[in-house]
Design a protein around this ligand. Structure first.
Ligand SMILES: C[S@@+](CC[C@H](N)C(=O)[O-])C[C@H]1O[C@@H](n2cnc3c(N)ncnc32)[C@H](O)[C@@H]1O
Length: 186
């Protein structure tokens, strides 16, 4: 199949826009797959900041990095991404959000409309030129419709002079396929 999923496409965009030595953010560490991918892209001269509100997500991410013998400096931060500005000061090549809940964990601990938008505002302010902010947006769980709507309201109002904004999604699938929102700083 030539048409890739939202998740695969998010990784393709990261692979294009992130280079060795870059600083990047995983806004939702979860089981660590995006953090690992980012760490491999930026290498040992780069830096990954990885946020999650759940201790078990931070632990799972740390274990995944250790299993892969990652040498990249990775800051695993057990707080909400809405606090990213307290930690991230450098210009960013990329930030990725994989919204929703940790598979197999409490669905109540999912990302929320308000905190996601606050985090996006803060991280967009740190994007370097041609840096990308990506969101893989899931619907179908409690609160997800409001979150998707809040994200869309926010990104469709970003000034065209400052950002390119795209939406990518399969539109004939019955089981709520995730949507990718991709934002590039001009
Ligand atoms: C879909 S999972 C992320 C999957 C992850 N990117 C991976 O590769 O395995 C969503 C994660 O967001 C976390 N989360 C929820 N609210 C958050 C917040 N305000 N800040 C940071 N993480 C949050 C959840 O705890 C959950 O682990």
């Amino acid at each position: 199949m030539y048409l890739k999923s939202a998740l695969q496409t998010s990784h393709d965009l990261l692979a294009k826009s992130v280079h060795p030595g870059d600083t990047v953010v995983d806004a939702t560490a979860g089981n660590g797959h995006d953090t690992l991918f980012l760490a491999q892209l930026v290498g040992h001269h780069g830096h990954v900041y990885s946020f999650d509100i759940q201790k078990k997500a931070i632990q799972a991410t740390r274990a995944l990095l250790e299993n892969h013998h990652v040498e990249t400096p990775v800051s695993l931060i057990n707080t909400g991404h809405e606090n990213a500005d307290h930690y991230v000061k450098e210009p960013l090549a990329a930030a990725i959000f994989n919204l929703g809940y940790l598979p197999g964990a409490d669905h109540q601990l999912a990302t929320t409309a308000q905190t996601t938008v606050i985090a996006m505002q803060k991280l967009l302010a740190n994007l370097r030129r041609h840096g990308v902010l990506l969101l893989v947006v899931y619907v179908g769980h409690h609160g997800s419709q409001q979150e998707q709507q809040a994200v869309l309201n926010f990104v469709t109002r970003l000034p065209q002079t400052d950002f390119h904004v795209m939406q990518y999604q399969f539109i004939n699938q019955i089981n709520h396929p995730p949507m990718l929102i991709a934002i590039e700083k001009r």
